[in-house]
Write a protein that binds this ligand. Structure first.
Ligand code: LLP
Length: 421
């Protein structure tokens, strides 16, 4: 292989000695590639975040819920959150016990809630009406409540999940009504939780929000846990040496807050976080093949087979993903140029990477789209009747295994009922 532009994966030893051009040939493109060693390391980073003894990391499965992925997370001793019956189901398949699953729901039907009650998982509700609904279907049950601490954070307004402009959480001013409903249905409040938003690169907002959450918790003696939420960011601009989140500094600040809270609360209860992206983003990338290179007016477009049905983040949030270039031939890129990398979907917004300065890219090159493991495959779709890709895992010893088959055309017919014409 001719390594045209490979700084990030070289630094990470991402391919563990495998050749990305060969992987693309063997498994086809586009394909999601995972590195088991990096995934395990990210789980360990967060398990060691603080010294507080009753600290639990709930991996947020919405970021990536592939079965093999969840199995690895489970084997690292993490627990999980869930956002839907489907996530509860997948987590049970991966071996998580009901007591290791925290169902944080939002606007769900009585049937969905009943599914969670029957599955035996702890349920968090985030409105008075959903609390009332749980009381009606399962009086006397345990419950957790998601509060809105009034502080939000995140990389895009669509993913700020606390503060004044979001649908999530119960405002602390409704605590008297919460108490009334708990009493009316004899519900036992076992935990409170929050999630302020996704992708913060400094810890101030998170630390400020947990101070508010702890003040709320103090109004409810006898809780089993307080869950501080996720949102821990990763540096998407690694090729420009963007600094990672300073976990040491953040961990020290959080640790201090945890011990202080336990002292004021009078008990060392379980304190949890629920990160998704931090654990899953960096251990994965997409391999995609360049199918066409062209000029349109004054722009140069590189067209590849990774449309936004495969990776939705750029079109949805204007997200940045680093791009690498691997080449089968010995041809050299003589110059750097500004290109826009696009996919194969029928919309102009199908842009993976806009106006990037990269070594010249040729038809047939393999592109690596970095940091794709969080909200990558889980947000993939069949738009344009395209098939969702395969997923492969590079094991710690360098072996490569298929963990999800590429869809086939017949999958597009599943669940469809043709008319009898
Ligand atoms: N807990 C709750 C209740 C959440 O809603 C989320 C994410 C998390 C935890 C995990 O957040 P994380 O640690 O991954 O930031 N699709 C968007 C991100 C949406 C996040 C939704 N909630 C993206 O691709 O950036």
């Amino acid at each position: 292989m001719n390594k045209v532009y490979t700084k990030v994966t070289d630094q990470l030893h991402f391919f563990e000695g495998n050749d990305p051009v060969e992987l693309a040939k063997e498994y086809g493109t586009p394909v999601y590639v995972y590195n088991e060693r990096i995934l395990r390391q990210r789980c360990r980073d967060l398990k060691q975040l603080v010294t507080y003894p009753k600290f639990v990391v709930d991996y947020s499965a919405k970021a990536n819920s592939s079965l093999a992925f969840l199995q690895i997370v489970k084997s690292e001793g993490l627990e999980v959150d869930a956002m839907s019956p489907g996530e509860i189901f997948m987590e049970r398949q991966a071996g998580f016990a009901p007591e290791e699953i925290f169902y944080i729901c939002n606007n769900v039907s009585a049937q969905e809630m009943q599914y969670a009650v029957d599955a035996g998982v702890v349920i968090s509700v985030d409105s008075l009406s959903q609390l009332e609904q749980l009381g009606q279907i399962a009086p006397g049950h345990e419950v957790a409540i998601r509060f809105n601490p009034g502080v939000g954070a995140g990389h895009h307004e669509k993913v700020v999940t606390a503060g004044k402009k979001t649908k999530f959480g119960i405002e602390p001013k409704y605590i008297p009504q919460v108490r009334e409903i708990l009493k009316k249905y004899d519900l036992k409040l076992v935990g409170i939780n929050q999630h302020i938003g996704s992708l913060f690169m400094t810890g101030e907002a998170f630390v400020a929000s947990i101070a508010v959450l702890f003040e709320i918790a103090k109004q409810f003696p006898g809780l089993r846990f307080v869950d501080m939420g996720g949102g821990f960011g990763i540096p998407y601009k690694k090729e420009f040496d963007e600094a990672p989140l300073d976990l040491k500094e953040l961990g020290t600040a959080i640790d201090k807050a945890l011990y202080q809270f336990a002292q004021e609360y009078g008990e060392q209860i379980t304190l949890r976080i629920e990160p998704g992206r931090y654990i899953s983003a960096e251990c994965s990338m997409i391999l995609s093949q360049v199918q066409a290179v062209k000029h349109n007016h004054d722009k140069k477009f590189v067209g590849c087979d990774c449309g936004f049905n495969v990776l939705q983040r750029p079109i949805m949030y204007d997200s940045y993903h680093g791009v690498e270039i691997y080449r089968a031939s010995e041809a050299l890129s003589e110059k750097k140029e500004i290109v826009t990398i696009v996919g194969n979907i029928c919309e102009s917004g199908d842009i993976l990477a806009k106006d990037r300065e990269l070594p010249e890219i040729f038809k047939g090159d393999i592109l690596g789209i970095l940091d794709a493991g969080a909200y990558g495959f889980t947000m993939a779709s069949n738009y344009n009747n395209r098939l969702r890709p395969a997923e492969i895992l590079i094991r710690e010893n360098g072996d490569v295994v298929l963990i999800r088959e590429r869809e086939v055309l017949e999958d597009l017919l599943r669940h469809q009922i043709a008319l009898d014409m």
